[in-house]
Design a protein around this ligand. Structure first.
Ligand SMILES: NC(=O)c1ccc[n+]([C@@H]2O[C@H](COP(=O)([O-])OP(=O)(O)OC[C@H]3O[C@@H](n4cnc5c(N)ncnc54)[C@H](OP(=O)(O)O)[C@@H]3O)[C@@H](O)[C@H]2O)c1
Length: 291
């Protein structure tokens, strides 16, 4: 049994995945642009993740661009039957690294992006495609996503996509999209100190919809605070392990996708699945968001 099976599983679309997943964004070059300095190390991290029981990997053709998907294909293809590779479309980068959000949400660009993902991952069907809402780049913002999601639903009908999800979406956008086609997961920013989606998570849990917190460790800026460090030291764990264990205990539909380019950090993160937090520790951790 792989270490990571200790996290238990949750249904993503129509298959159970291990709740502790892996986010591949950190495998690209600096600022998620271009190739990594050491592609062999990136390939090794991906292989170790899967060998350790990870069967939910988050990616996008936006990462690199193309670089991360190509690394996943090199490292893991032909893919194990139980591996769910979840990608996202709706954002794009120019050759100079600039973000090109608006154009990427048009039906024509979404179609192109789905084909790019299929080609770079070496797949005939994408397991889950998240529509990354880019009405505002850094915070979810209200606005209709009907045209974009309808275009993706059509690609699903054509058989290019198995399941659809949303990223950077509001509850209103979830309802709108779910009327067009079933939404199996929502991927928003959420962690110990960034808890704007608390009520949304509970509503999704009641409907059996997976919630995938991105930046579960605080993203590029990290989560390090002296109080978290003290709580972790008491548990003989690291702050990152406590942050991940807290997410796993927060709600059964939460599927964390911690990102790392380091094998040592990968092992540390997966080991967090066996860390149990007492109600008193959870209360202490909950107070970090209010601090
Ligand atoms: N939908 C979206 O808009 C969106 C946005 C951002 C990210 N994502 C997805 O979410 C995934 C996770 O988010 P993220 O990668 O931005 O942030 P994250 O998982 O919160 O944190 C990643 C950062 O933490 C470091 N780290 C990881 N494990 C560590 C450990 N045990 N100890 C110390 N440092 C550690 C990593 O550096 P090292 O490489 O040195 O370990 C990296 O700098 C991404 O990989 C991507 O797939 C989605």
């Amino acid at each position: 049994m792989g270490r990571n099976e200790l996290a238990g599983d949750f249904r993503l679309g129509d298959r159970p995945v291990n709740r502790m997943g892996y986010g591949a964004m950190q495998l690209a070059g600096p600022l998620v642009f271009g190739p990594p300095e050491d592609p062999a190390a990136a390939v090794a991290v991906l292989r170790e993740a899967v060998e350790s029981g990870v069967n939910h990997i988050d990616t996008s053709d936006f990462y690199g661009p193309h670089v991360v998907n190509q690394l996943i294909r090199e490292a893991l293809g032909p893919y194990p039957d139980d591996l769910a590779i979840v990608t996202k479309v709706g954002a794009e980068r120019g050759d100079d690294g600039r973000r090109l959000p608006a154009a990427a949400a048009s039906p024509a660009e979404l179609t192109r992006a789905v084909h790019d993902n299929l080609r770079n991952l070496g797949l005939e069907q994408l397991e889950v495609v998240n529509f990354r809402v880019m009405l505002r780049v850094n915070v979810p913002a209200e606005g209709s996503i009907e045209a974009s999601f309808t275009a993706l639903a059509e690609l699903q009908r054509q058989g290019l996509i198995r399941h659809l999800g949303l990223s950077h979406a509001t509850p209103t956008q979830f309802e709108e999209a779910n009327r067009i086609a079933r939404v199996v997961c929502v991927q928003n920013r959420y962690n110990l100190v960034h808890r704007q989606d608390d009520a949304f998570i509970d509503r999704l849990a009641a409907q059996g919809v997976a919630y995938v917190p991105y930046a579960p460790l605080g993203g590029f800026r990290g989560l390090a605070t002296p109080r978290l460090a003290a709580i972790a030291a008491n548990l003989e764990a690291t702050p990152m392990q406590v942050a991940l264990a807290w997410l796993l205990q927060r709600s059964p539909n939460i599927l964390p996708i911690p990102g790392t380019a380091s094998s040592a950090h990968l092992r540390e993160n997966l080991a967090a699945a066996s860390l149990r937090l007492s109600p008193a520790t959870v209360a202490q951790l909950d107070s970090l968001a209010r601090a």
